[in-house]
Design a protein around this ligand. Sequence first.
Ligand code: RB5
Length: 121
Amino acid sequence: MKVVIGADHGGFELKEFLKNNFEYTDISWIDVGTYSAESCDYPLIADKVAETILNKQADIGVLICGSGIGISIAANRHKGIRAALLYSDEIARLSKEHNNANVAVFGARTQSRDDVVKYLT
Ligand code: RB5
């Protein structure tokens, strides 16, 4: 499965952690940045993830910013993108079963790494 992943500076470290954590699975990551903890604009990252999915270069996406809110709003401006901010087991399940979400969003400053891994699994 091809998964496009993107984060702003607030989510950079969590993005790197996730890529390593799922290294030996069937996930093939497409990393669209950001590539350092230097400040950047989260809408640009949301656009890159959305375009990669809409161009069919990836099956689904993961987006991360500090809270998960700004990058969700930016991603959901794209027709065909259904980005869901996942914050519980039930919400993670419902985002697939009821909303057919194609982007999972996380807040690196508001969620634990363990929870994020759980919601993605
Ligand atoms: C960046 O500092 C922060 O505003 C951003 O990561 C995000 O939380 C916005 O919603």
